[in-house]
Ligand binder design. Structure first.
Ligand code: SF4
Length: 371
């Protein structure tokens, strides 16, 4: 008789979504933990081999946010004793990025606190992308600035951004429990804008905020519908001075099951082990490398992570290798959908939207052509 884990593995290898019942069974504790890891690890190896992609976060502007996301140390009224500062310069950001790239980072995530950027903020980010890419032309730049307005995603794409990151964080059903100043639908809308502008969509979640198994499964289905290229999996860092401070409800077992479930839902997508891995997975961190194919190197937005040297040691000890700048992260079939932009700014070719108007064959403008 085919077991649940065999079914999930076979479906994932065919890029099929688990059913709600199958997903609930994984979270509900069916199967020994190591069997769950072995099943999802087969999927990870099929699409990503033994490569681990390294990413780094640069917090361009920290704290003082008018939004009230309850998990966030930068929120309105946060008493968390984090570093607070306004925009760092493009040059400073490029310097941090350069250090991370030399340490092995392939993607640089430029993040700023706030509800969303003003047009002057987009100009700052355009200048920052130019500075980062001037030093390291091959680095992937991902931007994370909150809710995007009309035309802003296009400006970022034209400036050379590769991806836009905006997490859904939790299920639609309980979104209002974690934030009252914007909605789940606002977040979906921004992700769609970014995708339509040709940016590679990055969207994930934070676990450990009181969500049920049903919420986790709902969120996985909602994310799958958005078809992201990368999915960061965060575990709540419960900062003192925030409404969720002191909430420690995750166990390493639960974190591993969540990661395995996300691998089954996103077999050929970059599943990124993100904030909170050190404090929640603890000694099971190396096991998580068999599920996620991507991690953040070093520090997070407002908290410090494991030293980069320890991460590199953990990767080597576990039999993985750091993904090189010249290796595509995503498997061929998916990678074709997000080929690096070769149109618009910096090239002689018209942007995709303009090319359609100029009557280029539709096939050249669809998935498989330029991002
Ligand atoms: S998650 Fe972003 S929008 Fe929400 S409070 Fe933190 S910085 Fe502001």
């Amino acid at each position: 008789m085919t077991t649940l884990l065999e079914t999930l593995t076979e479906k994932a290898l065919r890029r099929e979504t688990p059913t709600r019942e199958e997903a609930m069974a994984v979270l509900g504790g069916e199967g020994e933990l190591l069997d769950v890891v072995a099943a999802a690890a087969r999927v990870r190896r099929e699409f990503f081999g033994n490569r681990v992609k390294l990413n780094t976060i640069i917090n361009m502007k920290s704290g003082m946010c008018p939004e009230d996301c309850s998990y966030c140390s930068q929120r309105l009224g946060s008493k968390a004793e984090i570093l607070k500062y306004t925009w760092i310069s493009p040059e400073e950001a490029a310097e941090h990025a350069g250090r991370a790239v030399r340490a092995g980072a392939k993607r640089v995530c430029l993040v700023a606190s706030g509800r969303g950027p003003g047009d002057r903020d987009i100009t700052r980010i355009e200048n920052t992308i130019a500075a980062v890419k001037g030093d390291h032309p091959d680095v992937e730049v991902c931007v994370c600035l909150g809710l995007l307005g009309e035309g802003q995603a296009e400006r970022l794409a034209d400036a050379g951004a590769h991806a836009y990151s905006h997490n859904l964080n939790t299920s639609e059903e309980r979104y209002a429990d974690i934030c009252s100043t914007h909605t789940f639908a606002d977040r979906v809308d921004t992700l769609r804008r970014a995708t339509e502008a040709g940016l590679s969509p990055c969207s994930g979640a934070i676990f450990g905020m009181g969500e049920s198994d049903e919420d986790i499964v709902d969120l996985a289905f909602a994310l799958r519908e958005l078809d992201p290229d990368s999915v960061p999996v965060n575990f709540l860092i419960p900062f003192d001075g925030t409404p969720l401070g002191g909430r420690w409800e995750l166990t390493p077992d639960r974190c591993v099951r969540i990661l395995a479930l996300f691998r089954f839902f996103f077999p050929d997508v970059e599943v990124r082990l993100a904030g909170g891995r050190e404090i929640h997975l603890r000694s099971l961190q190396p096991l998580a490398l068999h599920l996620a194919n991507s991690i953040f190197l070093g520090d997070y937005l407002t908290s410090e992570g494991q030293p980069g040297a320890d991460d590199l040691q953990m990767i080597a000890d576990s039999g993985f290798v750091v993904e090189g700048a010249d290796e595509p992260t995503l498997p061929a079939a998916r990678h074709d959908l997000v080929t690096i932009r070769r149109r618009g700014a910096g090239s002689a070719k018209a942007r995709r939207a303009e090319a359609v108007r100029q009557g280029e064959p539709a096939a050249a403008d669809g998935p498989g052509a330029d991002g």
